[in-house]
Design a protein around this ligand. Structure first.
Ligand SMILES: C[S@@+](CC[C@H](N)C(=O)[O-])C[C@H]1O[C@@H](n2cnc3c(N)ncnc32)[C@H](O)[C@@H]1O
Length: 341
């Protein structure tokens, strides 16, 4: 059955299991599963998204310990067991849309697989193959394999329903915990820049908590900004967010300094980092995301800080793996704090 799962490296599986058990977040009705060098632990639905542990949160197809009816979408397919073995167990659910990545060998059977998922995921309306995000606006290439209708939906995350168009504006349900964690850090009266905001999950989570005085959300994709404005219009706290269709190149030269800055543009953010760092007020924090080869993880925070040192003095408050990105690299989140002078 589908449930929230936490992906952790196999070597840290027991440690993670204990932490989740202690926090009463581990589900006992589903089996912990192996995915290559990772384990997926079944976790309870946690509306705050705040887990006391590292790892990537996904929707996962778990085996039930006491099975009733089909426990996995694979059970709805009359395929030979060998073919079922290569079926992906993880997929994303965005509102009423199911997105799955398929091994090339299953391409000819994608419609059957789509129908099984459509039947299996409660409330699913459309199933798409996820061909990854591309281009400067990080738009997702999707291919419908079952169901009907558009790629527009509303996705519930951190207590808010976000307007999403999975085809025309970037959104990943896998970052929910990160959005919540950054929002939790905002202090009373802060101004926040959410740079490369997409459909605004950081901005909306921050505004919803109500501590920040103002959030300025900036993105170069007009569809993303239109969706964010739609979301904001539905909530009383929406007035605290100024959603701007603007490129960083236009915004940054005129931007004053503020207490919190988010820069989530993992492949290209580095080229904006010097100008972005200048917008962090003394004592303020920058939340910066990057794809980091595992061999460089240990030294990457200091390397970033040293490269910025001639103009802006920062220190590394924390760095953590948000989720695996490839067999050799991870998406890493850095919290960098500007010195008080
Ligand atoms: C990885 S997405 C991040 C979206 C969002 N922060 C989130 O967590 O869902 C990166 C975003 O950066 C935007 N972007 C790319 N280049 C940009 C630029 N030069 N100026 C402003 N936004 C840009 C893209 O349109 C895209 O929405």
């Amino acid at each position: 059955m589908i449930a929230r799962g936490l992906i952790v490296p196999r070597g840290r599986g027991e440690e993670a299991r204990r932490i989740l058990l202690d926090a009463e977040l581990l589900r006992s009705d589903l089996q912990i599963q192996e995915e290559g060098s990772f384990l997926v632990l079944p976790i309870v639905d946690d509306p705050t998204g705040a887990l006391p542990i590292w790892g990537e949160v996904v929707q996962h197809d778990f085996r039930e310990i006491a099975r009733k009816g089909p426990a996995r979408y694979a059970d709805l397919l009359s395929w030979p067991d060998a073919e079922k073995e290569i079926l992906p167990r993880s997929f994303d659910v965005v509102g009423d849309i199911v997105l799955i990545r398929l091994p090339a060998g299953l391409e000819p059977r994608k419609e059957e697989l789509g129908s099984a998922l459509l039947q299996f995921v409660p409330g699913a309306r459309i199933v798409g193959l996820d061909h990854g995000v591309h281009g400067p606006e990080r738009r997702r290439e999707v291919e419908r394999i079952a169901g009907t209708g558009s790629w527009r939906t509303r996705h519930k995350e951190n207590g808010v329903e976000l307007e999403v168009d999975v085809e025309h504006a970037y959104f990943s349900p896998r970052l929910a915990r990160e959005h919540a964690a950054v929002a939790e850090e905002a202090a009373s009266g802060d101004t926040v820049y959410d740079l490369c905001c997409g459909v605004g999950p950081f901005s909306v989570a921050i505004a919803r908590l109500g501590r920040a005085a103002k959030v300025v959300a900036v993105d170069a994709n007009p569809v993303a900004i239109a969706l964010l404005r739609e979301t904001l219009a539905r909530y009383g706290f929406g007035g605290r967010v100024d959603a701007r269709f603007e490129r960083l190149e236009e915004f940054l030269p005129h931007a004053g300094s503020v207490q919190r800055v988010v820069l989530n543009l993992p492949h290209e953010g580095i080229k904006y980092l010097p100008s972005v760092a200048r917008t962090v007020a003394p004592g303020g924090r920058l939340y910066y995301y990057e794809i980091v080869p595992r061999t460089e993880f240990a030294g990457r925070g200091m390397a970033l800080v040293n490269s910025l040192a001639p103009t802006v003095r920062l220190r590394v408050v924390s760095k953590r793996v948000i989720h695996p990105y490839s067999p050799v690299s991870d998406l890493v989140g850095f919290v960098l704090e500007r010195s008080g002078d």
